[in-house]
Write a protein that binds this ligand. Structure first.
Ligand SMILES: [Zn+2]
Ligand SMILES: [Zn+2]
Ligand SMILES: [Zn+2]
Length: 328
């Protein structure tokens, strides 16, 4: 059965046209779409929404919208791939760079209510600005520069290819060249472990983590091999005290809790601060996020972030001393 192309009907829901990124839309700007009102439940707010389906180009798989337009607007993401519309990046990367924390509810009932409230707010703002992106306007220019650097500049049409053939992976696809799916071994890049809710809310997203890590490493901020190092050093700070550094850090990285910071020591003479975290994972997350923000801003001045050095290894000395003792 050919898809129903009933685009003239007035949308009873909010969408007459989907909110899509260039990549998901495909190369042809006049792509024909089928539209199904209340076709599926939105994968975020679970309300029925208008589902669009289209073919983004020859050799591509059919794509469809996965979340409703309201949820897409709240996070400023594509309704299909859930990547940020401006930078083409996962929300976790964008929010780390903008020092933003997610406050959206998680239970289904709350989510529906929240989405309705947001919808009303958006209807009331004549500018049409997205509710959750107000603070993006206030983000530091350094963070925006960094986002531009990390952003995917061109449409990435490879993403529209058919999925990999599951029979091929098991070694017994009998369809050969007729097979509509891809016959290739998937790259182990963590993408297959992604989950839609996590990607939307920007948490535990392996792809985001990799982008942030790659960015930090390209800025020379490779975490030390010695996993016992949990210290970050902030350099070129203005004259400031421990409370200034602490409040700057807490507002730049709202995902950490006060108790995750073990100590902060400022050294006025050398304009730096030593920040020791409770655990390595926190230190790494802070390092990645601060690099994406272009450093740490304390009292209006932007400081540089570097990793602390490992302590001189006592164990190694003891071990070699023992070895000497044994050989002697
Ligand atoms: Zn929704
Ligand atoms: Zn997209
Ligand atoms: Zn196959």
């Amino acid at each position: 059965m050919p898809p129903k192309r009933d685009l003239n009907k007035v949308g009873t829901e909010q969408s007459d046209f989907p909110i899509l990124c260039e990549t998901c839309l495909g190369e042809n700007p006049y792509v024909r779409m089928s539209k199904q009102e209340y076709g599926k439940e939105c994968k975020i707010c679970v309300r029925p929404f208008t589902v669009f389906r289209w073919n983004p180009g020859s050799g591509a798989r059919f794509k469809k919208t996965e979340i409703c337009t309201t949820c897409a607007k709240i996070k400023n993401v594509c309704q299909t791939c859930l990547l940020d519309l401006e930078y083409g990046l996962p929300t976790q990367v964008r929010d780390a760079a903008l020092g933003r924390i997610n406050t959206a509810p998680t239970s289904d009932i709350n989510k529906q209510f929240y989405t309705q409230v947001m919808e009303q707010q958006m209807a009331n703002t004549s500018s049409g600005m997205m509710a959750d992106t107000h603070d993006a306007q206030l983000a530091s220019s350094a963070a925006k520069e960094m986002l531009k650097e990390m952003a995917r500049k061109d449409p990435h049409y490879k993403r529209n290819r058919p999925h990999i053939c599951s029979f091929f992976l098991k070694g017994d696809c009998k369809r050969g060249n007729e097979c509509p799916f891809r016959h290739e071994i998937p790259a182990e890049n963590g993408l297959e472990k992604q989950n839609l809710q996590d990607r939307y809310y920007g948490r535990n997203d392996p792809v985001a983590k990799k982008i942030l890590r790659d960015n930090a490493e390209s800025k020379g901020l490779t975490p030390p091999e010695d996993k016992s190092v949990t210290t970050l050093i902030f350099l070129t700070l203005p004259v400031c005290g421990e409370p200034d550094v602490r409040s700057s850090l807490m507002s730049a990285c709202p995902f950490i809790q006060a108790k995750q910071i073990k100590t902060i020591t400022t050294v006025a003479a050398s304009h730096c601060a030593f920040v020791i975290f409770q655990d390595r994972a926190t230190a790494e997350r802070v390092a990645d996020s601060l690099t994406a923000q272009g450093g740490i801003e304390v009292l209006g001045k932007r400081g540089k972030v570097v990793w602390g050095r490992p302590r001189p290894a006592k164990k190694a000395i003891t071990a070699s001393a023992t070895a000497t003792a044994v050989s002697a």
